[in-house]
Design a protein around this ligand. Structure first.
Ligand code: LRH
Length: 472
Protein backbone atom coordinates (compact mmCIF):
# COMPACT_ATOMS: atom_id res chain seq x y z
CA UNK A 1 0.00 0.00 0.00
CA UNK A 2 1.47 3.34 -1.06
CA UNK A 3 1.08 6.50 1.02
CA UNK A 4 1.01 10.09 -0.23
CA UNK A 5 1.96 13.21 1.70
CA UNK A 6 -0.01 16.37 0.97
CA UNK A 7 1.65 19.64 1.84
CA UNK A 8 -1.36 21.91 1.95
CA UNK A 9 -0.36 25.53 2.43
CA UNK A 10 -2.88 28.10 3.57
CA UNK A 11 -2.27 31.76 4.23
CA UNK A 12 -2.20 31.29 8.00
CA UNK A 13 -1.14 27.68 8.48
CA UNK A 14 0.49 24.89 6.53
CA UNK A 15 -0.44 21.27 7.02
CA UNK A 16 1.28 17.98 6.26
CA UNK A 17 -1.26 15.18 5.86
CA UNK A 18 -0.54 11.59 4.84
CA UNK A 19 -3.29 9.74 3.00
CA UNK A 20 -3.69 6.16 1.80
CA UNK A 21 -6.38 3.70 0.82
CA UNK A 22 -7.47 1.06 3.30
CA UNK A 23 -10.64 -1.06 2.98
CA UNK A 24 -11.92 1.19 0.21
CA UNK A 25 -11.60 4.31 2.38
CA UNK A 26 -9.04 7.09 2.46
CA UNK A 27 -7.27 7.18 5.77
CA UNK A 28 -5.74 10.51 6.80
CA UNK A 29 -2.98 11.14 9.29
CA UNK A 30 -1.91 14.67 10.14
CA UNK A 31 1.85 14.80 10.61
CA UNK A 32 2.49 18.54 10.64
CA UNK A 33 0.54 21.72 11.33
CA UNK A 34 2.31 25.00 11.67
CA UNK A 35 1.08 28.58 11.86
CA UNK A 36 3.07 31.05 9.89
CA UNK A 37 3.20 34.78 9.79
CA UNK A 38 3.88 37.44 7.25
CA UNK A 39 6.97 39.51 8.03
CA UNK A 40 8.14 42.89 6.86
CA UNK A 41 11.61 42.90 5.31
CA UNK A 42 13.34 45.22 2.84
CA UNK A 43 10.25 47.37 2.64
CA UNK A 44 7.84 44.61 1.63
CA UNK A 45 5.53 42.16 3.40
CA UNK A 46 6.95 38.72 2.77
CA UNK A 47 6.32 35.07 3.56
CA UNK A 48 8.92 33.53 5.83
CA UNK A 49 9.98 31.39 2.89
CA UNK A 50 13.07 29.81 4.48
CA UNK A 51 11.02 28.72 7.46
CA UNK A 52 8.27 27.30 5.23
CA UNK A 53 10.81 25.30 3.25
CA UNK A 54 12.53 24.16 6.44
CA UNK A 55 9.23 22.81 7.80
CA UNK A 56 8.37 21.05 4.53
CA UNK A 57 11.82 19.46 4.28
CA UNK A 58 11.67 18.35 7.91
CA UNK A 59 8.24 16.76 7.35
CA UNK A 60 9.38 14.88 4.24
CA UNK A 61 12.51 13.74 6.07
CA UNK A 62 10.62 12.51 9.12
CA UNK A 63 8.13 10.56 7.03
CA UNK A 64 10.40 9.77 4.09
CA UNK A 65 10.51 6.01 4.59
CA UNK A 66 6.75 5.70 4.93
CA UNK A 67 5.57 7.81 1.98
CA UNK A 68 5.90 7.13 -1.74
CA UNK A 69 5.14 10.65 -2.89
CA UNK A 70 4.54 14.25 -1.98
CA UNK A 71 2.40 16.97 -3.59
CA UNK A 72 2.17 20.70 -2.89
CA UNK A 73 -0.84 23.00 -3.03
CA UNK A 74 -0.95 26.63 -1.88
CA UNK A 75 -2.97 29.83 -1.92
CA UNK A 76 -3.06 31.62 -5.28
CA UNK A 77 -1.26 34.51 -6.98
CA UNK A 78 2.14 34.50 -5.20
CA UNK A 79 5.40 33.52 -6.86
CA UNK A 80 9.16 33.50 -6.71
CA UNK A 81 11.58 34.71 -9.38
CA UNK A 82 14.49 32.39 -10.01
CA UNK A 83 17.73 33.48 -11.71
CA UNK A 84 19.86 31.52 -14.21
CA UNK A 85 21.67 29.77 -11.36
CA UNK A 86 18.35 28.59 -9.95
CA UNK A 87 18.52 30.98 -6.97
CA UNK A 88 15.66 33.18 -5.79
CA UNK A 89 16.15 36.81 -6.85
CA UNK A 90 14.54 37.83 -3.55
CA UNK A 91 12.30 36.14 -0.99
CA UNK A 92 8.69 35.91 -2.23
CA UNK A 93 6.43 38.85 -1.42
CA UNK A 94 3.01 38.24 0.12
CA UNK A 95 -0.19 39.18 -1.69
CA UNK A 96 -1.17 41.32 1.28
CA UNK A 97 1.70 43.74 0.58
CA UNK A 98 0.13 47.15 -0.17
CA UNK A 99 2.74 47.99 -2.85
CA UNK A 100 1.00 45.73 -5.38
CA UNK A 101 -1.40 48.60 -5.75
CA UNK A 102 1.37 50.46 -7.65
CA UNK A 103 1.46 47.64 -10.19
CA UNK A 104 -2.29 47.83 -10.60
CA UNK A 105 -2.09 51.58 -11.22
CA UNK A 106 0.76 51.04 -13.68
CA UNK A 107 -1.34 48.47 -15.57
CA UNK A 108 -4.26 50.83 -15.98
CA UNK A 109 -2.05 53.35 -17.78
CA UNK A 110 -2.03 51.10 -20.87
CA UNK A 111 -5.21 49.03 -20.69
CA UNK A 112 -8.53 49.36 -18.90
CA UNK A 113 -9.78 46.84 -16.35
CA UNK A 114 -12.33 45.69 -18.91
CA UNK A 115 -9.65 45.05 -21.52
CA UNK A 116 -7.53 43.12 -19.02
CA UNK A 117 -10.53 41.03 -18.03
CA UNK A 118 -11.48 40.34 -21.65
CA UNK A 119 -7.96 38.90 -22.18
CA UNK A 120 -7.84 36.75 -19.05
CA UNK A 121 -11.25 36.26 -17.44
CA UNK A 122 -9.70 36.89 -14.03
CA UNK A 123 -11.46 39.00 -11.39
CA UNK A 124 -9.50 42.24 -11.10
CA UNK A 125 -7.71 42.29 -7.76
CA UNK A 126 -4.51 44.25 -7.16
CA UNK A 127 -3.03 41.12 -5.52
CA UNK A 128 -3.03 39.22 -8.82
CA UNK A 129 0.33 38.06 -10.15
CA UNK A 130 0.23 40.42 -13.14
CA UNK A 131 -0.04 43.49 -10.92
CA UNK A 132 2.47 42.09 -8.44
CA UNK A 133 4.92 41.54 -11.28
CA UNK A 134 4.45 45.07 -12.62
CA UNK A 135 5.02 46.48 -9.12
CA UNK A 136 8.14 44.32 -8.78
CA UNK A 137 9.45 45.47 -12.17
CA UNK A 138 8.93 49.10 -11.19
CA UNK A 139 10.44 48.83 -7.72
CA UNK A 140 13.30 46.49 -8.64
CA UNK A 141 14.02 46.69 -12.40
CA UNK A 142 17.43 45.04 -11.92
CA UNK A 143 15.78 42.13 -10.12
CA UNK A 144 13.29 41.70 -12.95
CA UNK A 145 16.11 41.64 -15.52
CA UNK A 146 18.00 39.09 -13.46
CA UNK A 147 14.97 36.80 -13.23
CA UNK A 148 15.06 33.85 -15.56
CA UNK A 149 11.78 32.15 -14.55
CA UNK A 150 8.70 33.02 -12.62
CA UNK A 151 7.52 30.06 -10.60
CA UNK A 152 4.23 30.09 -8.75
CA UNK A 153 4.51 29.13 -5.07
CA UNK A 154 3.66 25.39 -5.42
CA UNK A 155 5.84 25.10 -8.53
CA UNK A 156 8.66 26.88 -6.74
CA UNK A 157 8.63 24.40 -3.88
CA UNK A 158 8.37 21.52 -6.33
CA UNK A 159 11.38 22.92 -8.16
CA UNK A 160 13.42 22.87 -4.93
CA UNK A 161 12.34 19.29 -4.30
CA UNK A 162 12.99 17.98 -7.83
CA UNK A 163 15.11 20.46 -9.77
CA UNK A 164 12.38 20.44 -12.45
CA UNK A 165 10.25 23.39 -13.43
CA UNK A 166 6.49 23.18 -13.92
CA UNK A 167 3.83 25.78 -14.65
CA UNK A 168 0.79 23.94 -13.35
CA UNK A 169 -2.37 25.28 -14.99
CA UNK A 170 -4.67 25.67 -11.95
CA UNK A 171 -2.24 27.87 -10.08
CA UNK A 172 -1.34 29.78 -13.26
CA UNK A 173 -5.04 30.51 -13.72
CA UNK A 174 -4.82 32.86 -10.71
CA UNK A 175 -2.17 35.05 -12.34
CA UNK A 176 -4.21 37.27 -14.67
CA UNK A 177 -1.64 36.53 -17.37
CA UNK A 178 -3.23 33.36 -18.71
CA UNK A 179 -5.94 33.69 -21.33
CA UNK A 180 -8.47 31.09 -20.28
CA UNK A 181 -10.06 30.91 -23.73
CA UNK A 182 -6.83 29.97 -25.51
CA UNK A 183 -5.19 28.19 -22.58
CA UNK A 184 -1.99 30.15 -23.26
CA UNK A 185 -0.45 33.32 -21.88
CA UNK A 186 -2.04 36.51 -23.21
CA UNK A 187 0.30 37.96 -25.85
CA UNK A 188 -1.67 41.19 -25.76
CA UNK A 189 -0.92 41.72 -22.06
CA UNK A 190 2.70 40.63 -22.33
CA UNK A 191 3.23 43.07 -25.17
CA UNK A 192 1.36 45.94 -23.51
CA UNK A 193 3.45 45.62 -20.35
CA UNK A 194 6.79 44.66 -21.90
CA UNK A 195 6.82 41.33 -20.07
CA UNK A 196 9.08 38.61 -21.41
CA UNK A 197 7.23 35.37 -22.21
CA UNK A 198 10.48 33.42 -21.79
CA UNK A 199 10.41 34.25 -18.12
CA UNK A 200 7.13 32.36 -17.75
CA UNK A 201 7.12 28.59 -17.26
CA UNK A 202 5.83 26.09 -19.77
CA UNK A 203 2.18 25.38 -18.96
CA UNK A 204 1.65 21.89 -17.52
CA UNK A 205 -1.26 19.82 -16.20
CA UNK A 206 -1.65 18.20 -12.79
CA UNK A 207 -1.58 14.43 -12.49
CA UNK A 208 1.90 13.14 -13.15
CA UNK A 209 5.16 12.47 -11.34
CA UNK A 210 7.55 15.33 -12.11
CA UNK A 211 10.63 14.14 -10.27
CA UNK A 212 12.05 12.60 -7.13
CA UNK A 213 13.67 14.18 -4.08
CA UNK A 214 16.76 11.99 -4.60
CA UNK A 215 17.66 14.05 -7.66
CA UNK A 216 16.35 17.35 -6.32
CA UNK A 217 18.08 20.45 -4.97
CA UNK A 218 17.72 19.71 -1.24
CA UNK A 219 20.82 17.81 -0.06
CA UNK A 220 19.14 16.63 3.13
CA UNK A 221 16.57 14.66 1.14
CA UNK A 222 18.86 13.00 -1.38
CA UNK A 223 19.07 9.67 0.42
CA UNK A 224 15.30 9.27 0.26
CA UNK A 225 13.21 7.84 -2.56
CA UNK A 226 10.08 10.00 -2.66
CA UNK A 227 8.36 10.93 -5.92
CA UNK A 228 6.98 14.41 -6.37
CA UNK A 229 3.58 14.59 -8.05
CA UNK A 230 2.27 17.73 -9.67
CA UNK A 231 -1.19 18.07 -8.08
CA UNK A 232 -3.66 20.94 -8.55
CA UNK A 233 -1.25 23.55 -7.20
CA UNK A 234 -4.04 25.97 -6.37
CA UNK A 235 -5.66 24.99 -3.07
CA UNK A 236 -9.05 26.08 -4.40
CA UNK A 237 -8.79 23.67 -7.35
CA UNK A 238 -7.64 20.84 -5.06
CA UNK A 239 -10.58 21.55 -2.73
CA UNK A 240 -13.22 21.91 -5.46
CA UNK A 241 -12.18 18.48 -6.76
CA UNK A 242 -13.86 17.09 -3.62
CA UNK A 243 -17.22 18.71 -4.37
CA UNK A 244 -20.23 17.35 -6.23
CA UNK A 245 -19.72 20.23 -8.66
CA UNK A 246 -17.29 18.11 -10.65
CA UNK A 247 -20.10 15.66 -11.52
CA UNK A 248 -23.25 17.75 -11.03
CA UNK A 249 -23.40 21.12 -12.79
CA UNK A 250 -26.52 22.08 -10.78
CA UNK A 251 -24.59 22.26 -7.53
CA UNK A 252 -22.63 25.34 -6.44
CA UNK A 253 -19.37 25.11 -4.49
CA UNK A 254 -18.36 27.24 -1.54
CA UNK A 255 -14.81 26.81 -0.36
CA UNK A 256 -14.65 28.61 2.94
CA UNK A 257 -11.36 29.31 4.69
CA UNK A 258 -9.32 32.51 4.96
CA UNK A 259 -10.98 33.28 1.63
CA UNK A 260 -14.45 32.39 0.41
CA UNK A 261 -14.61 31.09 -3.14
CA UNK A 262 -18.20 30.73 -4.23
CA UNK A 263 -19.33 29.64 -7.67
CA UNK A 264 -20.13 27.04 -10.26
CA UNK A 265 -18.64 24.77 -12.89
CA UNK A 266 -19.13 26.58 -16.18
CA UNK A 267 -19.44 25.06 -19.63
CA UNK A 268 -16.61 27.23 -20.85
CA UNK A 269 -14.68 30.23 -19.54
CA UNK A 270 -16.80 33.38 -19.59
CA UNK A 271 -14.73 36.42 -20.54
CA UNK A 272 -17.76 38.58 -21.25
CA UNK A 273 -18.34 42.13 -20.09
CA UNK A 274 -21.22 40.82 -17.98
CA UNK A 275 -18.93 38.50 -16.04
CA UNK A 276 -16.53 41.42 -15.56
CA UNK A 277 -19.28 43.68 -14.28
CA UNK A 278 -20.42 41.08 -11.78
CA UNK A 279 -16.87 40.85 -10.47
CA UNK A 280 -16.58 37.15 -11.26
CA UNK A 281 -13.44 35.19 -11.96
CA UNK A 282 -12.66 32.27 -14.24
CA UNK A 283 -10.14 29.79 -12.98
CA UNK A 284 -9.24 26.23 -13.80
CA UNK A 285 -10.09 23.17 -11.77
CA UNK A 286 -8.61 19.69 -12.19
CA UNK A 287 -8.11 18.68 -15.83
CA UNK A 288 -8.80 22.22 -17.10
CA UNK A 289 -12.38 22.25 -15.70
CA UNK A 290 -13.70 25.81 -16.11
CA UNK A 291 -14.81 27.28 -12.79
CA UNK A 292 -16.70 30.55 -12.59
CA UNK A 293 -16.83 32.10 -9.15
CA UNK A 294 -16.04 35.04 -6.94
CA UNK A 295 -13.10 35.51 -4.58
CA UNK A 296 -14.28 37.03 -1.33
CA UNK A 297 -12.74 37.67 2.06
CA UNK A 298 -13.75 34.65 4.11
CA UNK A 299 -12.96 33.85 7.71
CA UNK A 300 -9.95 36.20 7.64
CA UNK A 301 -11.78 39.13 9.20
CA UNK A 302 -13.60 36.92 11.70
CA UNK A 303 -10.36 35.29 12.86
CA UNK A 304 -8.64 38.65 13.03
CA UNK A 305 -11.41 40.20 15.09
CA UNK A 306 -11.50 37.11 17.33
CA UNK A 307 -7.73 37.26 17.99
CA UNK A 308 -7.86 40.96 18.85
CA UNK A 309 -10.90 40.53 21.08
CA UNK A 310 -9.27 37.58 22.87
CA UNK A 311 -6.29 39.80 23.63
CA UNK A 312 -8.57 42.39 25.11
CA UNK A 313 -10.48 39.77 27.13
CA UNK A 314 -7.26 38.14 28.27
CA UNK A 315 -8.60 34.67 27.48
CA UNK A 316 -9.36 32.33 24.60
CA UNK A 317 -12.78 32.51 23.03
CA UNK A 318 -14.20 29.18 21.85
CA UNK A 319 -16.23 29.04 18.65
CA UNK A 320 -19.02 27.34 20.64
CA UNK A 321 -19.36 30.44 22.76
CA UNK A 322 -19.46 32.71 19.70
CA UNK A 323 -21.99 30.44 17.99
CA UNK A 324 -24.26 30.30 21.04
CA UNK A 325 -24.21 34.10 21.30
CA UNK A 326 -24.95 34.71 17.62
CA UNK A 327 -27.67 32.04 17.53
CA UNK A 328 -29.39 33.62 20.50
CA UNK A 329 -29.18 37.04 18.85
CA UNK A 330 -30.60 35.62 15.60
CA UNK A 331 -33.60 34.26 17.53
CA UNK A 332 -34.33 37.66 19.00
CA UNK A 333 -34.02 39.77 15.93
CA UNK A 334 -34.73 39.59 12.24
CA UNK A 335 -31.76 40.19 9.87
CA UNK A 336 -29.79 43.20 11.07
CA UNK A 337 -29.11 46.13 8.78
CA UNK A 338 -25.73 47.37 10.03
CA UNK A 339 -23.75 45.15 7.69
CA UNK A 340 -20.37 45.69 6.06
CA UNK A 341 -19.27 45.15 2.47
CA UNK A 342 -16.88 42.20 2.72
CA UNK A 343 -15.33 43.23 -0.59
CA UNK A 344 -14.11 46.55 0.73
CA UNK A 345 -10.30 46.26 0.61
CA UNK A 346 -9.82 47.50 4.16
CA UNK A 347 -11.31 44.22 5.46
CA UNK A 348 -8.54 42.25 3.80
CA UNK A 349 -5.74 44.54 4.91
CA UNK A 350 -3.02 42.97 7.04
CA UNK A 351 -2.22 46.13 8.96
CA UNK A 352 -5.76 47.26 9.76
CA UNK A 353 -7.39 46.74 13.15
CA UNK A 354 -10.55 44.66 12.57
CA UNK A 355 -12.80 46.54 14.99
CA UNK A 356 -11.58 49.95 13.87
CA UNK A 357 -12.23 49.26 10.18
CA UNK A 358 -15.69 47.85 10.86
CA UNK A 359 -16.58 50.93 12.96
CA UNK A 360 -15.12 53.23 10.33
CA UNK A 361 -17.18 51.56 7.60
CA UNK A 362 -20.43 51.66 9.60
CA UNK A 363 -19.93 55.33 10.50
CA UNK A 364 -19.24 56.23 6.88
CA UNK A 365 -22.52 54.60 5.84
CA UNK A 366 -24.46 56.16 8.72
CA UNK A 367 -25.16 52.71 10.22
CA UNK A 368 -25.42 51.90 13.91
CA UNK A 369 -22.33 50.70 15.78
CA UNK A 370 -22.80 47.42 17.68
CA UNK A 371 -23.68 47.79 21.35
CA UNK A 372 -21.67 44.84 22.48
CA UNK A 373 -18.34 43.49 21.26
CA UNK A 374 -19.82 40.03 20.70
CA UNK A 375 -22.26 41.59 18.20
CA UNK A 376 -19.38 42.12 15.77
CA UNK A 377 -19.37 38.38 15.17
CA UNK A 378 -22.97 38.49 14.02
CA UNK A 379 -22.19 41.43 11.74
CA UNK A 380 -19.32 39.52 10.13
CA UNK A 381 -21.31 36.29 9.67
CA UNK A 382 -24.33 38.07 8.26
CA UNK A 383 -22.21 40.23 5.97
CA UNK A 384 -20.52 37.12 4.57
CA UNK A 385 -23.89 35.50 3.90
CA UNK A 386 -25.26 38.67 2.30
CA UNK A 387 -22.34 38.58 -0.14
CA UNK A 388 -22.98 34.92 -0.91
CA UNK A 389 -26.56 35.78 -1.79
CA UNK A 390 -25.37 38.53 -4.15
CA UNK A 391 -22.99 36.12 -5.86
CA UNK A 392 -25.66 33.44 -6.22
CA UNK A 393 -28.04 35.96 -7.80
CA UNK A 394 -25.32 37.12 -10.21
CA UNK A 395 -24.49 33.56 -11.25
CA UNK A 396 -28.15 32.73 -11.71
CA UNK A 397 -28.53 35.72 -14.01
CA UNK A 398 -25.52 34.68 -16.05
CA UNK A 399 -26.29 30.97 -16.28
CA UNK A 400 -30.08 31.27 -16.49
CA UNK A 401 -30.33 28.53 -13.85
CA UNK A 402 -31.72 28.44 -10.31
CA UNK A 403 -29.35 26.81 -7.86
CA UNK A 404 -30.83 24.83 -4.97
CA UNK A 405 -27.74 22.99 -3.76
CA UNK A 406 -24.44 24.20 -2.33
CA UNK A 407 -21.50 21.96 -1.46
CA UNK A 408 -19.39 23.59 1.25
CA UNK A 409 -15.84 22.58 1.97
CA UNK A 410 -12.96 23.91 4.04
CA UNK A 411 -12.83 24.99 7.69
CA UNK A 412 -15.93 27.21 7.40
CA UNK A 413 -18.03 24.12 6.59
CA UNK A 414 -17.48 23.02 10.21
CA UNK A 415 -19.56 25.94 11.44
CA UNK A 416 -23.16 24.77 11.78
CA UNK A 417 -24.11 28.41 12.38
CA UNK A 418 -22.70 29.51 9.03
CA UNK A 419 -24.14 26.51 7.19
CA UNK A 420 -27.62 27.05 8.63
CA UNK A 421 -27.55 30.76 7.94
CA UNK A 422 -26.53 30.17 4.32
CA UNK A 423 -29.17 27.46 3.85
CA UNK A 424 -31.87 29.81 5.16
CA UNK A 425 -30.92 33.05 3.45
CA UNK A 426 -29.95 31.51 0.11
CA UNK A 427 -32.79 28.99 0.17
CA UNK A 428 -30.54 26.06 -0.62
CA UNK A 429 -29.69 22.69 0.84
CA UNK A 430 -26.11 22.35 1.97
CA UNK A 431 -23.72 19.46 1.95
CA UNK A 432 -20.86 20.31 4.32
CA UNK A 433 -17.51 18.56 4.27
CA UNK A 434 -14.92 17.21 3.88
CA UNK A 435 -13.20 19.93 5.91
CA UNK A 436 -9.67 19.10 4.78
CA UNK A 437 -10.78 19.20 1.17
CA UNK A 438 -7.64 20.70 -0.37
CA UNK A 439 -5.38 18.12 1.30
CA UNK A 440 -7.71 15.34 0.12
CA UNK A 441 -7.78 16.70 -3.44
CA UNK A 442 -4.00 16.82 -3.33
CA UNK A 443 -3.79 13.21 -2.04
CA UNK A 444 -6.28 11.79 -4.55
CA UNK A 445 -4.31 13.17 -7.51
CA UNK A 446 -1.14 11.64 -6.06
CA UNK A 447 -2.78 8.24 -5.44
CA UNK A 448 -3.91 8.19 -9.06
CA UNK A 449 -0.41 9.06 -10.29
CA UNK A 450 1.00 6.28 -8.07
CA UNK A 451 -1.48 3.77 -9.51
CA UNK A 452 -3.18 3.20 -6.14
CA UNK A 453 -6.55 4.11 -7.64
CA UNK A 454 -7.60 3.73 -11.27
CA UNK A 455 -9.74 6.84 -11.51
CA UNK A 456 -10.25 10.10 -9.67
CA UNK A 457 -13.88 9.01 -9.04
CA UNK A 458 -12.61 5.95 -7.18
CA UNK A 459 -10.61 8.29 -4.93
CA UNK A 460 -13.60 10.54 -4.36
CA UNK A 461 -15.76 7.59 -3.33
CA UNK A 462 -13.10 6.47 -0.89
CA UNK A 463 -12.90 10.01 0.51
CA UNK A 464 -16.67 10.40 0.95
CA UNK A 465 -16.85 7.06 2.76
CA UNK A 466 -14.30 8.05 5.35
CA UNK A 467 -14.97 11.73 5.95
CA UNK A 468 -17.64 13.36 8.03
CA UNK A 469 -20.24 15.08 5.83
CA UNK A 470 -23.36 16.84 7.04
CA UNK A 471 -26.46 18.12 5.31
CA UNK A 472 -28.45 21.17 6.22
C1 LRH B 1 -7.41 30.90 -1.42
C2 LRH B 1 -6.76 31.66 -2.53
C3 LRH B 1 -7.76 32.47 -3.33
C4 LRH B 1 -6.94 33.67 -3.77
C5 LRH B 1 -6.00 33.84 -2.63
C6 LRH B 1 -4.73 34.56 -2.84
O1 LRH B 1 -6.47 30.19 -0.68
O2 LRH B 1 -6.08 30.77 -3.34
O3 LRH B 1 -8.32 31.74 -4.37
O4 LRH B 1 -6.30 33.41 -4.97
O5 LRH B 1 -5.82 32.59 -2.03
Amino acid sequence: MKKALAIDMGATSIRGIIGYIEDGKIKLEEVMRFSHEIKSSNGRLRWDFDELVRKIVETIKENGHEISSVGIDTWGVDFGLVDKEGKLVEPPVCYRDPKHQEGYEEALKSLSEKEIFAETGTQIMSINTLFQLLAFKKLNPGGYEKADKLLMMPDLIQYLLTGNMTGEETILSTTQILNLKTGDYSDKLLEAYGLDKNKLPKITKAGSITGNVKTGLVDELKDLDVDVVSVCGHDTASAVLLTKVMTDADTMFLSCGTWSLFGIRAESPDLSERAYEKGLTNELGFDSTPLLFKNLTGLYLLEKYKTAYEKKLGRKLEFDEITAYVEESLKKEEPITNLIDMEDPRFGSEEADAKEVIDEFLKEKGLALPENEMDYFRIIYESMVKKYLEVKTALEEISGKKYKKVHMIGGGAKSSLLCKLIAKRLDVSITAGPYEASALGNIIVQLKALGEIKTIEEGLEAAYKSQEMKTY
